[in-house]
Each structure stands twice: as C-alpha cells, then as structure tokens.
Design a protein around this ligand. Structure first.
Ligand code: HEC
Length: 200
C-alpha cells in the first residue's frame, strides 16, 4: 500500500513538473506577445480561407514554422527567417504543424504571390511540379462549358487544361488562396523578451 502511494505521488509530481515546464511556463512567456510590427489581422475572406486550409488537412503535410539557422537550413531553402511568438498573434488556432511532406508555408504569400499559380496548383499540383505527391483538390473547382460573368477562371498549362471546358474556382478555392497570399512573415522579427536564450 505504502509503495502504491509513493508511486502515485511520484507520478503526480512528474505530471505537475511537465505541465509546468511544457504548458504553464510557455504560456506565461508568450501569451501576451505583441503582433510583429506590420502584421495585419486576417480579413474575413482570409479567415474563411483558413477554415478551408484546416478542413482539407493542409496542416498534415505543411508546417508554418521556419526554424532558426542553427537548427535547420530553412532560411537557405527560401522559407524565411525563424518565426517568433508575435508572428502568430492573430493565429487561433495556430497551424504550426509537425510534418513536412511539403515545404513550410509561413511565407508562401511572399514567395509565390500569384493567385493563378495557387489556383492551378490546387486544381492539379502536377501541372506545375511534375511528380508532386500533393493531392489535387478538384472539388474546390467546377468544370463549365463556358465561363459566366464573375467567374474566376483558372488558366491551366495547356497540357492539363480540360478539352473544351473551363475550370472555374469555387469561393472556397478563392478564399483559400487569399489566405495563402496573406502568409508573409518576412518583416523584421521582434523577439519576445521573456524567451530564454537559445539552447547551447
Ligand atoms: C499529402 C501531403 C500534402 C497535403 C495534404 C498538402 N500538400 Fe501542399 N505540398 C505537398 C508537397 C509534397 C509539395 C511540394 C510539391 C509541389 O509543389 O506540388 C507541396 C507544395 C505546396 C505548395 C507550394 C509550396 C512552395 O514552396 O512552392 C503550396 C502553396 C501548397 N502545397 C499548399 C497546400 C494546401 C493549401 C493544401 C491543402 C488544401 C496542401 N498543400 C495539402 C504536400 C501536401
């Protein structure tokens, strides 16, 4: 009995210690981080696009957290500087991600600002990147015989354009691209003062 009580209290101490180190301390350090100067809140279309990003599981293959130069060659890959807490001030929930099946997207809006490229790439990634393993998202588009007024027509490379039909982006695709275009944390970073010095 005695040893059971010791085991349980030992487990509780470990749990409290890890909760303090991994939840409470980081929260205290960054929850009041001011937005990075120049960072704008998402507008309504971008926020809806963010929902489409979440609903389609983009986060399972794409991170939004370029790492510091000492940890990984993310900067040299063109993914941008290491992010700081203020870069996520308007991100709820954050979409840091853990898997990098595809490139980091924290600065995709700066790297690739073209709406047409994004729409076409979502419709058929392999039209732009031969051999890409990214899924296509055809249900975000509609095939029509003829474009109507107000339609956002996607100009695909001739090799992948459907014969005799036009590809029209549905609102979800247009808003998703608005969100991708807003991903730009290339401005100067302001470190959160409470963050301890980087690891040795
Ligand atoms: C199964 C994994 C996977 C999923 C899910 C996925 N992607 Fe990708 N993505 C990739 C890979 C791999 C690449 C690199 C090849 C390419 O550009 O097609 C890529 C490339 C990209 C690029 C170009 C990045 C660059 O630096 O050129 C964008 C933008 C992008 N994905 C957006 C999205 C969005 C938005 C979604 C969700 C609708 C999504 N991806 C879902 C794997 C994925």
């Amino acid at each position: 009995m005695n040893s059971e009580a010791r085991l349980i209290s030992g487990a509780m101490v470990m749990l409290a210690f890890s909760a303090a180190a991994l939840v409470v301390l980081p929260y205290v350090q960054v929850h009041k981080a001011a937005p990075t100067p120049g960072l704008k809140p998402y507008d309504d279309a971008q926020l809806r696009g963010r929902e489409v990003y979440i609903a389609n599981g983009c986060v399972y293959c794409h991170t939004q957290q370029p790492r510091p130069k000492g940890f990984a060659p993310d900067f040299d890959r063109g993914w941008g500087r290491a992010t700081v807490a203020g870069d996520y001030a308007y991100d709820a929930p954050h979409l840091l991600g853990t898997m990098r099946t595809g490139p980091d997207l924290m600065n995709i809006g700066a790297r690739q600002p073209s709406e047409q490229w994004h729409l076409g790439h979502l419709y058929q990634p392999r039209a732009y990147v031969p051999g890409s393993i990214m899924p296509s998202y055809p249900y975000l588009f509609e095939l029509k015989d003829k474009a109507q007024e107000g339609d956002v027509v996607v100009q695909l490379p001739p090799s992948h354009a459907p014969k005799g039909q036009v590809v029209v982006a549905l609102p979800d695709a247009v808003e998703l691209v608005r969100y991708l275009q807003s991903l730009d944390r290339t401005g100067p970073a302001v470190a959160t003062p409470a963050v301890p010095a980087s690891r040795p």
